[in-house]
Design a protein around this ligand. Structure first.
Ligand SMILES: Cc1cc2nc3c(=O)[nH]c(=O)nc-3n(C[C@H](O)[C@H](O)[C@H](O)COP(=O)(O)OP(=O)(O)OC[C@H]3O[C@@H](n4cnc5c(N)ncnc54)[C@H](O)[C@@H]3O)c2cc1C
Length: 244
């Protein structure tokens, strides 16, 4: 995926400090900045990452920042898919990468009270930053519903962390969508089929007066965007981020 860099863009050098395995094919990479404190960014934004040496030529890829602006470090949560993400997984502690300025506007811009986040797989990364930031800022008077789709519960990223937040934040509700797992008895707030409009209606009751954010592969984002639009949700109330 190629994204043109603006002339104003400033590069930062990150040093890898820690690798945490989240699931079989997903790692969270914790970096510190080589110089100075972490730059300011909005939770939900992404950075373009490239290597300092020529192991992958001049290639770069976009990764959402999964940490919060208040953190003294910066994390990227990366699913191993192809050449670039595999190289990031192989990165050794102490090795460096280059990142551009934070980009994107995948975050609630104005005060929004009723938020609905729809994530598939690694699409949870930008939401994790937004959810944690809200919680830490004490903006937990919002109604926030997260529909998080994965093949099975073994693929859920940040499972413990998200559940911990939901326990402390009464208005934050998580519905896990497990598309390739059989239903069992203890499955409150779990659905065992692809995320669809029926499921959204079941939990949200009224689709109106809410702001929707959708993140994941193109098919997931397109299907849900269209389903919401067909059911009367205005274009202005839906923001999307596709992980190409
Ligand atoms: C705004 C933005 C934010 C992103 N944030 C993240 C993030 O936080 N974490 C993260 O892991 N990735 C994220 N991505 C995706 C990331 O930029 C890379 O595309 C991804 O890591 C694959 O790159 P690769 O070189 O490893 O695979 P490639 O060699 O480019 O692709 C290998 C094969 O996998 C297919 N493929 C590529 N991406 C996917 C996918 N998501 N699902 C299924 N098949 C795929 C390709 O079509 C190709 O056939 C983001 C993308 C965008 C545009």
């Amino acid at each position: 995926m190629i994204i043109l860099k603006s002339k104003k863009e400033k590069n930062n050098i990150l040093v890898l400090k820690k690798k945490t395995r989240e699931t079989g094919d997903i790692l969270t990479l914790k970096f510190s900045l080589l110089k100075g404190p972490v730059f300011s960014f909005r939770p939900g934004q992404f950075v373009l990452v490239s290597f300092l040496d020529d192991r992958l030529g001049k290639q770069c890829r976009a990764y959402s920042i999964s940490s919060c602006p208040q953190d003294k470090f910066l994390t990227l949560t990366v699913k191993k898919i192809g050449v670039f993400s595999s190289a990031l997984h192989k990165l050794k502690i102490g090795e460096k990468v280059k990142i551009g300025s934070p980009q994107g506007n995948f975050y609630p811009e104005k005060p929004m009270k009723n938020l609905v986040f729809l994530a598939a797989g690694i699409g949870i990364a930008p939401f994790y930053s937004v959810i944690n930031t809200y919680f830490r800022q004490g903006i937990n008077n919002k109604n926030l519903t997260l529909f998080y789709s994965n093949k099975t519960d073994k693929n859920i990223v940040f499972f413990k962390e998200l559940n911990k937040l939901a326990k402390k934040w009464r208005k934050f509700k998580i519905i896990y969508i497990l598309t390739k797992q059989k239903k069992d008895c203890n499955d409150e707030n779990e659905e065992f089929q692809r995320l669809n409009i029926k499921i959204l209606k079941k939990y949200l009751k009224d689709l109106n007066n809410k702001h929707y954010f959708i993140c994941g592969p193109i098919e997931f984002v397109n299907d849900l965007w269209q389903a919401l639009r067909k059911n009367g949700v205005g274009e202005d109330s839906i923001k999307t981020e596709v992980f190409y």
